[in-house]
Design a protein around this ligand. Structure first.
Ligand SMILES: Cc1ncc(COP(=O)(O)O)c(C=O)c1O
Length: 371
């Protein structure tokens, strides 16, 4: 047995690509975890694109990204988001950093949701602007902080996750945008890693969902989740993309994602765009899961987000274990166990467009017995 096999709990070891039905610990399971919302990471077209690009170009360009595979992926990002240009950076984690550094001269003070993702917090440290926190998803608290901390003439940037990763909560961006109307030049920047490919009628994310795409609202996203590839993106104007290249060291000073990852990301994005049924299936499954969970008496918000947060009395770790015995895998999240996780233990249930309605029914039936 290798060191890796020994250190990985054999029962949790992933033995197949991610999928609604996949192999974990040597067993076929119904998988309701993670972030591959259309299960594209294991799609044969995505895998083939990665393999062909690897053969054609090798693993990577060693810092410079002057290979056509990068240009093609960026062109697809532009087509999808309807933008002039796109920054494609080494990871989704870094995309909000690239954005906030590039815009740094356009704002004086940052206001951030107190439960923003680690990526947002690290990006704000790098931006070296004063940061004030507002209460989680609370426009009233944001309003108070803006009034309290902005001096006349100063320009704010409001920063938040679009969709919070462990609870699936949506940031009330429409309220934030309304508040910003009172501050000329005010910016809204979101980390939308869980929104792109998921929200909005075309899958452009949380800004599209709220009808906020425009000059003062920016999103940093990822190709590593819903789109089945890898790497961070910032949909941008030409001028902003040039600023990101000039000011965001993560573009000029870091290698881009590896060639096969870029090709896979392009293929995943193309599949997503050519198959609107994916987004429709996701919406159907979200509605199905929401109805099922609400039927168990759980408080489930009415949003199209495919992440469900189950809070209930009792030992949720044990519930997770009992589900596992039925070959159903959901994620147990300990109290405050992630950037946005609540201070009580929860289950995180993710639904994909490729789950069958029987899989969802089986999970709901099992939870009805166990909760
Ligand atoms: C809100 C949020 N932002 C950024 C990231 C990082 O994205 P990536 O995995 O593409 O680097 C994650 C990862 O889970 C996330 O949840």
């Amino acid at each position: 047995m290798t060191i890796v096999e020994e250190s990985l709990n054999a029962r949790d070891r992933m033995d197949s690509p991610i999928g609604a039905r996949m192999r974990i610990g040597g067993r076929d399971v119904d998988y309701f975890c993670g972030t591959s919302y259309h299960a594209l990471h294991g799609h044969p077209v995505v895998i083939e694109a990665a393999v062909q690009a690897l053969r054609a170009y090798g693993l990577g360009p060693a810092t410079r990204a002057d290979m056509s595979v990068y240009m093609e992926t960026e062109a697809l990002v532009c087509a999808h988001f309807g933008c002039e240009a796109a920054a494609y950076v080494a990871s989704g984690y870094l995309s909000i950093m690239a954005l906030l550094l590039a815009l740094r001269d356009d704002y004086d003070v940052a206001f951030a949701d107190e439960r923003s993702h680690f990526s947002v917090n690290d990006a704000l440290k790098c931006a070296e602007r004063p940061v004030f926190r507002f209460r989680h998803r609370d426009p009233q608290s944001l309003s108070e902080q803006l009034r309290r901390h902005l001096k006349p003439g100063q320009v704010p940037v409001v920063v938040s996750d679009g969709v919070f990763p462990s609870t699936g909560a949506l940031a009330p961006l429409d309220h934030y945008a309304q508040l910003l109307d009172a501050y000329p030049g005010g910016l809204l920047c979101i980390d939308d890693s869980h929104g792109v490919g998921v929200l909005g009628s075309a899958g452009r994310g949380t800004l599209e969902h709220f009808g906020l795409e425009g000059e003062r609202a920016f999103c940093a996203g990822t190709l590593s989740k819903a789109f089945g590839g890898f790497g961070g993106i910032v949909p941008a104007s030409r001028a902003l993309a040039d600023r990101i290249a000039a000011k965001g060291g993560v573009v000029a000073g870091a290698s881009p994602p590896p060639v096969p990852a870029a090709a896979a990301a392009g293929a995943g994005l193309r599949l997503f765009r050519e198959n609107p049924s994916m987004l429709q299936a996701l919406r159907t499954n979200v509605a199905h899961m929401r109805t099922g969970l609400a039927g168990l008496g759980l408080a489930i918000p009415q949003t199209p987000v495919p992440i469900f947060n189950v809070q209930a009395r009792g030992d949720l770790k044990a519930v997770c274990e009992r589900l596992r015995e039925r070959d159903i895998v959901v994620k147990y999240v300990g109290a405050s166990g992630y950037s946005d996780a609540p201070s009580v233990e929860t289950l995180r249930i993710a639904v994909f467009s490729s789950h069958s309605s029987e899989q969802i029914d089986d999970l709901i039936a099992a939870l009805a017995v166990l909760l």
